[in-house]
Design a binder for this molecule. Structure first.
Ligand SMILES: NC(=O)c1ccc[n+]([C@@H]2O[C@H](COP(=O)([O-])OP(=O)(O)OC[C@H]3O[C@@H](n4cnc5c(N)ncnc54)[C@H](OP(=O)(O)O)[C@@H]3O)[C@@H](O)[C@H]2O)c1
Length: 280
């Protein structure tokens, strides 16, 4: 194993938990962490892709991998996750699982929004609290919470999803300073459009999708892991950093929110009804 990977494994191992690992960015995180010598607990709802991922991680990287199929939107989902981890020394957590409800806010029943809140905020809060405590006691560890450019300001048609992504960013940034002093690196990964099954499932018309510069999941993960311990949050991709700077620093907030709203109206249309995808 290369020296850099050995140092990574010493600091963040022996076990990593990736919540939302069955595909897309979560699977890319699982591969990248396994390549750095960490054992991986891969969590999502679908057992089949998780089992295939775990077998592939073991074969390719020579680490131990476990597949844990559970629904993190269930009220006891994250409690079950934590109790399943009681025999693992977890030094790394990636909270990647998310639910993204797309469409007018009021078209979704409240129960849908509450499930979104559960997967995107309440469950990661519980996981960070439970696993973060053990990391601080050991004096080292790492945590990545997935955020989104949509959470840099209010974003129409994903208003609640965007709010949960802002929540993840602000939580991670605060903990970066607080837990960083205790040896635990915390990072918000503020992704822009990334080519994943979840993104493709939620994508609007092909003509609109073609205008959006997509990053690969592997490129996003590499930038996130490079930024870990260096800064509180990272926006992978130069084009995404420019877009974020334009919206957040150059434009008045009212104008930025309106611009995002118009873009979302054009992409998804207020008459499109509501959809639901794993993330986006
Ligand atoms: N892709 C993008 O363009 C983009 C942009 C900005 C931010 N992000 C963020 O990046 C993260 C991943 O995005 P992605 O595009 O890779 O998403 P994705 O392809 O939809 O994958 C989401 C993962 O979460 C799992 N998951 C969803 N609901 C779950 C639940 N209730 N319980 C357990 N697992 C659950 C899914 O697996 P199962 O279906 O098997 O449960 C899947 O493994 C999300 O946090 C998202 O907010 C993505």
């Amino acid at each position: 194993m290369a020296d850099g990977h050995r140092r990574f494994a010493d600091r963040y191992g022996p076990w990593a938990v990736v919540a939302g690992a069955s595909e897309g960015l979560g699977a890319a995180f699982a591969h990248a962490l396994a390549a750095r010598g960490l054992n991986v607990v891969a969590v999502a709802r679908r057992a089949e892709p998780l089992n295939a991922l775990a077998a592939e991680l073991e074969a390719r990287h020579g680490i131990q991998a476990r597949a844990l199929a559970l629904d993190l939107s269930a009220p006891d989902g994250v409690t079950r996750l934590l109790s399943d981890l009681s025999d693992c020394s977890v030094g790394f957590l990636v909270w990647n699982a998310a639910l993204s409800l797309i469409g007018p806010f009021l078209d979704q029943p409240l129960e849908g929004h509450l499930r979104e809140l559960e997967v995107n905020a309440r469950a990661p809060l519980t996981a960070v609290h439970g696993l973060g405590r053990a990391m601080v006691e050991r004096g080292h560890g790492g945590i990545i919470l997935m955020s989104s450019l949509s959470g840099m300001q209010g974003t129409a048609l994903v208003a609640h999803y965007a709010a949960t992504k802002a929540w993840n960013r602000v939580l991670a940034e605060g903990l970066w300073w607080e837990m960083g002093k205790q040896g635990v690196d915390v990072l918000a990964c503020v992704a822009g459009a990334t080519d994943t099954p979840g993104y493709r499932a939620s994508a609007p018309a092909a003509s609109e999708t073609a205008k959006v510069p997509l990053m690969s999941a592997e490129a996003v993960v590499d930038e996130a892991l490079d930024a870990l311990g260096q800064r509180p949050s990272v926006i992978p991709g130069q084009k995404n950093r420019w877009a974020a700077a334009f919206l957040a620093r150059l434009l008045p907030r009212r104008v930025a929110v309106r611009l995002m709203g118009r873009t979302m109206d054009r992409m998804y249309g207020t008459a499109a009804g509501s959809r639901q995808v794993g993330a986006g």
